[in-house]
Design a protein around this ligand. Structure first.
Ligand code: PMP
Length: 418
């Protein structure tokens, strides 16, 4: 994202951090687990598991409601988690952080709440061909309902956005440009700040899908000046069932609620209701309290091991080493840009081997990867590839795990007579 010089960061003590993750002690089919499916979801450190445990053991209570000690404690912890997230992405205020179920729900919130009120026939929503389905399907639906048109920034065969098309695609008709800050298939990190500037120059709002980026590199919403940012806890050491939407306060204030019911209202009469202030206006019903507290603990944990620059730096080293090693396997073709332009994941195809067969052989060797089209079917269609195998790294992966990956891929080739 904001690609700062990261040479001076304090290196992560990988052996030490591995001890924080109980699941990394597991054996799979009798051999130590090699977890390379981090782009799907990350593992959870004990600190996060314990924070959630502590909540249920010691203070479980509903938030924003009870006038009793436990409720006050859970409200304080729930709101403290929001504050930690705001600080983590450099939002101006905790009011700009809405808790959702995941990045998908955050994008849907903007699509339905902002989109239904602001899009009209003749308007355009611009997305890109490298989006996850989570940043495609909501816009298809909203464009269908409002009569707006959905347009795509094409990708190049090397896995970059074709930026030469932007001046034609971004026009005064464009009302919103929604794009990923890191492709979950190519790993590509687009020039987010420049894309935001170009969108703003034609008066369009921007939504950044940070599902992959926020978990792997520093993201500063004020430096980027994006209008919305969507991300999920489970990809950044936090629990499932909780995500966040960052939105500039001025925009969130103007938007209609997405879901309605308790907690998001100010007053309710028989025939109408008025809304609570942000962010509560967007949090109907009892929220995922333990999960929000776990999300806050995940942010604390990421900061405690060295922060996002150190994590990004380590993953750059890992992806460079991984791609160098994979390059030597005959008949293996990686898709996407060189390591310098991507995050810590790599998708590839192998001559004569189906990705599902590859993943099944790797699994026998205790190695977890993902095979398929990774919720990015249009991207695979564009490349004329049915499916790929994806290895995705996090700060707790070891260089020796790259060697194990290579050995297992070579075993798959032998098994299938390639
Ligand atoms: N966008 C991208 C780029 C992703 O990789 C993912 C998760 N694979 C999502 C959105 C959706 O995230 P979630 O399933 O947590 O809502």
């Amino acid at each position: 994202m904001d690609r700062k010089q990261v040479n001076t960061v304090t290196p992560i003590d990988v052996e030490a951090v591995r001890r924080d993750f109980p699941v990394l002690e597991r054996k799979i089919h009798g051999v130590p687990l090699v977890y390379l499916d981090n782009a799907a979801t990350s593992q959870k450190p004990a600190a996060v598991i314990e924070a959630m445990n502590r909540f249920y053991r010691q203070e479980n209570s509903n938030v924003h409601r009870g006038i009793h000690a436990l409720s006050e404690e859970s409200t304080a912890d729930y709101e403290a988690a929001r504050k930690k997230l705001a600080k983590f992405i450099h939002a101006k205020s905790r009011r700009e952080i809405v808790f959702t179920r995941n990045a998908t729900e955050s994008i849907n919130l903007v699509a339905y709440s902002w989109g239904l009120d602001n899009l009209h026939p003749g308007d355009e929503v611009l997305i890109t061909e490298m989006e996850h389905h989570a940043n495609i399907v909501p816009w298809q639906q909203i464009c269908r309902r409002t009569g707006a048109t959905l347009r795509y920034v094409p990708i190049t065969p090397q896995g970059y956005l074709d930026l030469s098309t932007l001046d034609n695609l971004l026009t005064e008709k464009t009302k919103l440009f929604a794009f990923t800050a890191m492709s979950n298939v190519f790993g590509t990190i687009p020039p987010v700040k420049m894309l935001v500037e170009k969108a703003h120059a034609v008066g369009a709002l921007t939504l950044v899908d940070g599902a992959q980026a926020v978990s792997h590199m520093p993201v500063d919403v004020r430096a980027l000046d994006c209008d919305f940012l969507a991300f999920s806890a489970h990809k950044m050491c936090g629990p499932t069932g909780i995500g966040a939407l960052y939105g500039k306060a001025a925009l969130l204030n103007k938007m209609s609620p997405f879901l309605t019911g308790g907690d998001m209202i100010l007053s309710v009469w028989m025939d109408h209701a008025t809304w609570n202030e942000i962010p509560h206006k967007f949090e109907a019903g009892t929220p995922a309290i333990a999960e929000a507290i776990g999300f806050g603990a995940a942010v604390d944990y990421l900061n405690s091991i060295g922060g996002m620059e150190a994590i990004h730096h380590y993953e750059q080293e890992m992806i460079t080493a991984a791609m160098t090693a994979l390059q030597d396997i005959e008949g293996l073709r990686m898709i996407g840009p060189p390591p310098a332009d991507r995050g810590g994941l790599v998708s590839f195809v192998m001559d004569g081997l189906h990705p599902h067969d590859i993943a099944a052989v790797l699994d026998q060797d205790g190695i977890a990867v993902r095979a398929g089209y990774h919720c990015a079917q249009p991207l695979h269609d564009r490349l004329n590839i049915h499916a790929t195998t994806r290895a995705s790294f996090y700060f707790y992966n070891l260089p020796s795990e790259i060697d194990l990956l290579v050995q297992s891929l070579q075993r798959a080739q032998k098994l299938f007579g390639r």
